[in-house]
Design a protein around this ligand. Structure first.
Ligand SMILES: Cc1cc2nc3c(=O)[nH]c(=O)nc-3n(C[C@H](O)[C@H](O)[C@H](O)COP(=O)(O)OP(=O)(O)OC[C@H]3O[C@@H](n4cnc5c(N)ncnc54)[C@H](O)[C@@H]3O)c2cc1C
Length: 363
């Protein structure tokens, strides 16, 4: 006999866990499955033997301008203020990222101009419409081409909306009103979000579909192309291979938590992280040395390593074909970053999940 629940949520990441939490709060019968050995999806973290807390799938800073979103996450864990700080290695010097107008004035000259005028047709043109070419080449071109494994001229101009050239002395990475990290880590936060909800780990739904029966809806937050056995083709993804180095005798190695490495001559890694910058003074007190993580972008075939959807026309069209198909199946909702094939910041993933729950409860 299959295991039955009104709502079966596949995936215990932020999307699945938020949906499960809100359906449970509304008195609904919910079961959550995840094929990993832990809940939390890609926001999961763990403590390294040095005592350093590592975000297992890359650094995650929570940010929002929405007071109710901030209150929602603080219902499950206390978040302490922590702002991301990023610098870029340019010819051996650490420079602030994002760049600001003062940096451009000092390096290019008072009367600098953006290098492109008009409607940008690709990512490179979108960047050049904000800054001079030399600055683009130092900070953005190499980083982007490592990240996506393709020329910046083949990428969508929309990708450039994720950053801008800041006013004079502004070198804040993010300007959100609320910025923080859960004091006891993301794993504890996610456990709290899922508290009291039946959860089966190490369970790949796609390998045992018949073992589960969703009376009202199946909510699938895994990759949409994998759900359909990739039968229309595979969507492209980029991921990062992470190489950790424990420096036992060094207290702190980098000026901030993230140093970008755009120059291809300086190695294939895209950035280096130093986790201690993301930890409170009290947490750091018990740490031996420091841990650096270098991230090397690649194109994974393993769905567990999918991180960034590739922003180009081929993938947009293929996703649209899968999406249309999923929407024609009654009782199926495919969503989340893997289902929607979209990069969502955490607050966006939670907001989307809240919207889905309102629709499910109204149906
Ligand atoms: C490198 C990186 C850094 C990021 N940094 C930030 C940041 O600083 N700030 C920010 O706001 N956002 C950040 N994000 C975005 C954040 O990771 C996402 O918003 C969040 O992970 C979305 O959650 P999700 O539940 O949609 O997906 P996921 O977290 O991926 O959860 C999906 C879950 O479904 C499970 N699953 C999939 N298929 C199956 C199956 N067949 N059976 C069972 N289980 C299955 C997976 O194991 C996974 O646990 C970052 C993302 C990346 C890639």
């Amino acid at each position: 006999m299959p295991v039955r629940a009104d709502y079966i949520v596949v995936g215990a990441g932020l999307t699945g866990a938020t949906i499960a939490r809100l359906l449970t709060d509304a008195g609904r019968d919910v079961l959550v499955l995840d094929r990993r050995a832990h809940a939390g999806g890609n926001v999961h973290d763990h403590v390294h033997e040095s005592g350093v807390r590592i975000h297992t799938y890359g650094p995650h800073y929570f940010r929002t301008n929405d007071d109710s979103m901030w209150a929602f996450v603080n219902r499950f864990a206390r978040f302490r203020r922590c702002e991301a700080q990023v610098q870029t290695l340019v010819r051996g010097q650490y420079e602030h990222w994002p760049i600001n107008a003062r940096y451009i004035r000092e390096t290019i000259g008072q009367d600098w101009q953006p290098a492109f005028i008009g409607t940008p047709r690709n990512f490179e043109e979108a960047c050049l419409s904000m800054m001079p070419r030399a600055v683009y080449e130092d900070f953005v071109k190499g980083y982007t081409e490592k990240q996506w494994g393709m020329s910046a001229t083949s990428l969508s101009p929309a990708l450039a909306k994720r950053f801008d050239v800041r006013a004079d002395d502004d070198s804040r990475f993010s300007t959100h009103r609320h910025q923080g990290l859960p004091e006891a880590g993301y794993a504890a936060f996610m456990d709290s979000l899922l508290a009291g909800i039946p959860l089966v780990l190490d369970c790949d739904y796609l390998l045992q579909r018949d073992a589960f029966d969703a009376a009202r809806a199946l909510i699938f937050t895994g990759p949409i192309d994998e759900y359909f056995g990739f039968d229309l083709g595979r969507l492209g993804w980029r991921g990062q291979h992470r190489e950790h180095t424990w420096l036992r005798d060094i207290d702190q190695a980098l000026p901030c938590g993230q140093v970008n490495n755009p120059d291809p001559a300086n190695g294939a890694h895209i950035r280096t992280l130093e986790w201690k910058h993301m930890m409170s003074r009290e947490e750091c007190a018990g740490v031996v040395g420091t841990v650096l993580t270098r991230e090397f972008p690649h194109s994974p075939q393993d769905p567990g390593a999918f991180e960034y959807p590739v922003p180009d026309d081929r993938n947009a069209a293929l996703h649209e074909a899968y999406r249309t198909r999923a929407e024609s199946i009654p009782g199926l909702l495919v969503c989340g970053r893997l289902g929607d094939y979209r990069y969502y910041d955490m607050d966006q993933a939670i907001a989307r999940a809240m919207l889905h729950v309102r629709r499910l409860l109204a149906a």
